[in-house]
Design a protein around this ligand. Structure first.
Ligand code: 1CP
Length: 353
């Protein structure tokens, strides 16, 4: 990691989120602390994923693993989008090669009405302590991003019980019982606002809202069933003063609506060219993305060529945060991650003015 005096690096990501000029384009990688890192796999031999997330010392160590290896411009808290749901009284586990699993999914009115209200200090003190420890360890070198799942994505896990590929039950509730849907989304919105506000109070310097599964909705469905809730989150979080990133995948048809809901920066996946996505999001916002994570399985020449194509579509305009279009895939060759990070910095370097 560079010394504290490297102020250009420490500011790059936050400045880009505010669409201010930077010395080069900042980069961080969604799921950067994950399974492609041999050090992470080693820790996982001894500790379950949720044990890592619940133990502040371990969560801090995992958060810092990618930051020590690569010249990344931001760290992201090691946790999972499901973690605040414990506080709402929903037990879940993480299954190898599957992801979160809820044995008793929420499909009745009684189950939804029985959800407890979330209190960050009471329910996730370990997350807040991890944030404080990570900030101490980072010592101002790069900023720390906090995150939460968006209400729609959380609701889809709650209702489907596992990886929500088809969203049959979720959409059935949405269509059949819009009143109950709004109640559930309202409760999750309250949780997300309380959770993210507490993360900033503990030291998170930017926030990302992950609406990973929202691309399953039509623009009209999004506008009716999701947008009012996501908008409430962004309005409430404005008060924290930290940059807010709004992310989803397969959102090519939804970008305008997502931007309306809020976010200083809106994420785009690789299915849409970055310049087109930026036009649709609006030039008054930043954009994050959007290299296809699969590119990192090709040769280093391809990595540079494809990353260069993303940079040229951004055109050097302030407000671009380089990232993959979605999380880095397990088994990604580590040397290609180093190649990508260094290439993005070198190829986008702007002469000092
Ligand atoms: O850098 C990081 O890895 C940060 C930590 C992090 C984040 C930001 C984890 C650790 N999970 C998440 C967010 C998350 N979790 C999202 C939003 C981002 C995205 O869309 O990729 C989602 C949808 C989840 C749910 C989840 N948890 C999945 C996806 C499965 C599915 O439904 O397709 C999985 C595999 C998990 C478990 C999990 N969370 C995190 C890790 C490293 C793992 C894998 C378990 C392990 O390998 O130890």
């Amino acid at each position: 990691m560079p010394s504290r005096s490297d102020t250009a690096r420490s500011q790059r990501f936050l400045k880009a989120c505010r669409r201010e000029a930077t010395d080069c384009t900042p980069i961080w990688i969604m799921r950067q602390a994950g399974r492609y890192l041999p050090e992470y796999r080693k820790l996982r031999e001894k500790h379950a994923m949720l044990e890592l997330a619940k133990t502040p010392e371990l969560a801090t160590r995992v958060t810092l693993l990618p930051v020590e290896r690569f010249d990344l411009d931001a760290a992201i808290l090691f946790s999972d989008i499901m973690v605040p749901l414990w506080g709402m009284g929903v037990p879940f586990r993480i299954e190898e090669s599957v992801g979160p699993v809820i044995d008793d999914p929420l499909r009745t009115e009684a189950a939804i009405r029985d959800l407890k209200s979330f209190d960050a200090q009471r329910d996730v003190p370990f997350v807040l302590e991890a944030i404080r420890q990570i900030r101490r360890e980072l010592d101002g070198r790069i900023p720390l991003i906090g995150f939460a799942g968006a209400p729609f994505t959380l609701a889809s896990y709650l209702i489907e019980g596992r990886s929500p590929r088809r969203l049959r039950w979720t959409k059935a509730l949405m269509f059949d019982r819009p009143d109950l849907w709004d109640e559930l989304m309202g409760r999750l919105t309250d949780t997300v606002i309380a959770y993210l506000t507490a993360q900033v109070a503990a030291g998170a310097q930017a926030l990302q809202l992950f609406d990973s599964w929202v691309g399953n909705l039509s623009p009209a469905q999004y506008a009716t069933f999701v947008q009012p809730h996501s908008r409430r989150i962004f309005q409430a979080l404005k008060e924290t003063g930290v940059p807010l990133i709004h992310f989803g995948t397969e959102t090519s048809a939804l970008l305008e609506r997502m931007a309306e809901a809020g976010g200083d920066v809106v994420g785009a996946d690789w299915r849409i060219p970055l310049d087109e996505a930026w036009r649709r999001i609006g030039q008054d916002r930043g954009i994050q993305g959007n290299l296809d994570p699969a590119v990192l399985f090709a040769g280093s020449g391809v990595v540079r060529r494809e990353a260069g194509a993303v940079l040229s579509l951004a055109g050097g305009r302030p407000g671009h945060v380089f990232n993959l279009g979605h999380g880095i895939l397990p088994e990604t060759p580590v040397e290609n991650v180093a190649c990508l990070v260094d290439f993005v910095h070198e190829a986008s370097r702007r002469p000092a003015s």
